[in-house]
Design a protein around this ligand. Structure first.
Ligand code: ISE
Length: 338
């Protein structure tokens, strides 16, 4: 039986998710595309063959002919929409952040505890990226010995002026916060954050974060949202017997004018295309089976990533190393580092 889906939000990410679900994910049907802008919803529905459009998100997700919901609407709508899905007993894949604040995340966690089941998956798609899954597999197989450090680089080509250092930490770096926890199987306990004093005034500066885990790993994260040359994510996990680096998937190398060159993507969608495809496929398969996708980020993981971002923003503002506070983890979410 095909899983009948609502996609809420028809902006950049909603449109891309709808395209992936329509073209690349078997076992699902796009039942309704919803956006506050009806014309935008119609454009995405026409492009993907979705049956219906709506401008009312609550109405769309509540439809009797919708089994599961993908939320890609503005961040401040995530809490209410995700809770509504949980209360309706519908699996929901919510784009990151799960909620902009920890209160919203914990409200979603509380709704799942009341329901007695996990229905929320957070769109931390890097967990499905083959370069990260191989990094984790190399660690688990013992190829690099005891893990000591994980270095991360996250560069966007450009962002608007208002996307400053705080947003680099609360909006971009949560991908690293989540993948570091996923790869290392450890919890981040403290964070410091710095910007280079040499950065030109009025320009969005890079941010470098230094974090520690409950198992003594050292983690560095550079987010440079004005890297100018393209979208570029790098990483290296260093152990006492070796290291493993991420490779960017590049289909070709151009040889011309006495030089060799490889292209960079302009944003994250081409770089993580396979990760998005595998994530959405796993989510649909789990929804069909009435289970949770193995290894997926759940509501608790969404809460933790938001909490780390808030501590990181405080670290940048104060210049102090900040502890990362964590609420009590409900039994529904298993034990830490599992
Ligand atoms: C953006 O919101 C994303 O989620 C992208 O995956 C990330 O690379 C970018 O830095 C974020 O701002």
């Amino acid at each position: 039986m095909s899983v009948r889906l609502a996609v809420i939000g028809a902006g950049v990410m909603g449109a891309d998710h709808a395209r992936i679900l329509a073209e690349d994910v078997p076992g699902c049907t796009l039942q309704v595309i919803c956006d506050a802008d009806g014309a935008r919803a119609r454009t995405v529905a026409d492009a993907t063959g979705a049956a219906h459009v709506d401008t009312d998100a609550m109405a769309a997700l509540s439809r009797a002919d919708v089994d599961a919901v993908l939320v890609a609407s503005p961040d401040d709508t995530h809490t209410a929409l995700t809770i509504a899905c949980v209360e309706a007993g519908k699996p929901v894949l919510c784009e990151k952040p799960l909620a902009p604040g920890t209160e919203g995340c914990l409200e979603i966690v509380a709704a799942e505890v009341r329901a007695g089941r996990r229905l929320t998956q957070v769109g931390f798609m890097r967990r499905y990226d083959p370069s990260y899954t191989e990094m984790r597999a190399a660690l688990v197989a013992g190829h690099i010995g005891k893990p000591l450090m994980m270095h991360n680089f996250h560069r966007n080509k450009e962002v608007p002026d208002w996307f400053g250092g705080t947003m680099a930490i609360t909006n971009s770096a949560p991908h690293e916060f989540d993948i570091v926890r996923f790869v290392l199987g450890a919890e981040l306990t403290h964070i410091a954050a710095y910007e280079p004093a040499a950065a030109p005034a009025g320009q969005v500066a890079p941010v470098v974060m230094v974090l520690g885990t409950d198992q003594g790993h050292l983690v560095t994260i550079e987010v440079n949202n004005n890297a100018a040359y393209g979208y570029d994510v790098r990483g290296e996990l260093v152990g006492d017997a070796g290291s493993v680096c991420l490779n960017t998937p590049v289909a070709s190398r151009l040889n011309a004018r006495l030089a060799a060159s490889e292209a960079y993507a302009a944003d994250w969608r081409p770089r993580f295309a396979e990760a998005y495809r595998l994530q959405n496929k796993a989510w649909v398969q789990a929804a069909a089976a009435g289970t949770v996708a193995p290894g997926a980020a759940d509501a608790w993981d969404g809460y933790v990533a938001t909490a780390i971002g808030i501590a990181g923003a405080a670290a940048l503002t104060t210049g102090a190393r900040m502890p990362i506070p964590c609420a009590d983890r409900p039994a529904l979410y298993g034990s830490a580092n599992a």
